[in-house]
Design a protein around this ligand. Structure first.
Ligand code: ADP
Length: 258
């Protein structure tokens, strides 16, 4: 199967700060990958590298066989909620429409009728049709995330990147968002950053765990030792039935004492 994302020996620095060190990761077309890791582990940086928004210090990143800057039009992105100014005076519909904006547009760019129809259909799909004319400052966390998903889908992506789309979301919206992502995973490649191991482990095809380097990449079953090396603390996975107690070692995997 051909690859949606092929990352080889990737390192990314912000000035002197290493965010990613020697990460190699393949994501097949049609795969639904869960990306876990502690805060500061480099998850957002990895997504932003796939989007071509962060300079690569060393290594290579290919998206559908191309450089990220060339494949950008095929990638939808749901950024972290806290990276967005929610007071910006714009409506839900206008935000979703921005997903239809073409790169290199002229100053007199106008959305087509088709753009508007696509935006309408996506608002319906995520359950926000009634809130179309609402200012984004008046949305709940769950409504805001759904709007961001609709905007990302307006690109008509083949690859969808979601950065913690259930952060600041009530339980009902969280379930709706996971169901929607699962449905989308039947028609596109998905990389989902989440802390919600329990919710996604039964849904994703594979898991990758980042803590600066790639700690684990494989089936959505984690051993206690891998989670401990990820979070630096004991996490009761056995109670959730998420581990088979196995100790699969990935080539990039680090143990606590390594
Ligand atoms: P995560 O998404 O897993 O929380 P990030 O990718 O946001 O991790 O961050 C990885 C590392 O890079 C952290 O040490 C963070 O402080 C640093 N970092 C992230 N963004 C920037 C930035 N714009 N400038 C400088 N350092 C950054």
């Amino acid at each position: 199967m051909s690859l949606a994302v092929n990352i080889e020996n990737l390192s990314v620095y912000y000035g002197q700060t290493p965010a990613l060190t020697n990460v190699s990761l393949e994501v097949e077309q049609g795969e639904y990958l869960g990306l876990l890791g502690p805060n500061g582990g480099g998850k957002s940086t990895l997504l932003r590298t796939i989007l071509g928004l962060v300079p690569v210090s060393s290594g290579t990143v290919r998206v559908f066989g191309d450089k990220p800057s060339k494949s950008r039009a095929h990638v939808g992105y749901v950024p972290q909620l806290n990276s967005i100014d929610r007071r910006f005076p714009i409506t839900v519909f206008e935000v979703v429409l921005t997903g239809r904006m073409k790169k290199g547009i002229s100053p007199f760019f106008r959305y087509s009728r088709e753009d508007r129809e696509i935006a309408e259909a996506l608002l319906e799909k995520v359950g926000l049709r009634e809130l179309k004319a609402r200012r984004i400052s008046e949305l709940s966390g769950g409504q805001f995330q759904k709007m961001l998903i609709a905007r990302a889908l307006a690109v008509k992506p083949s690859l969808l990147l979601l950065d913690e789309p259930t952060a600041s979301v009530d339980a009902a919206s969280r379930d709706q968002i996971y169901s929607l992502i699962e449905e989308l995973s039947r028609t596109m490649t998905i990389i989902l950053v989440t802390h919600d191991l329990l919710a996604v482990s039964s849904k994703v095809h594979r898991l990758a765990c980042l803590n600066g380097s790639l700690i684990y990449h494989g089936e959505p079953k984690l051993s206690q030792r891998i989670v401990s090396s990820l979070y630096g603390c004991e996490v009761d996975l056995l109670a959730h039935g998420l581990t088979d107690g196995g100790e699969k070692k990935h080539p990039g995997e680090r143990g606590k004492n390594d």
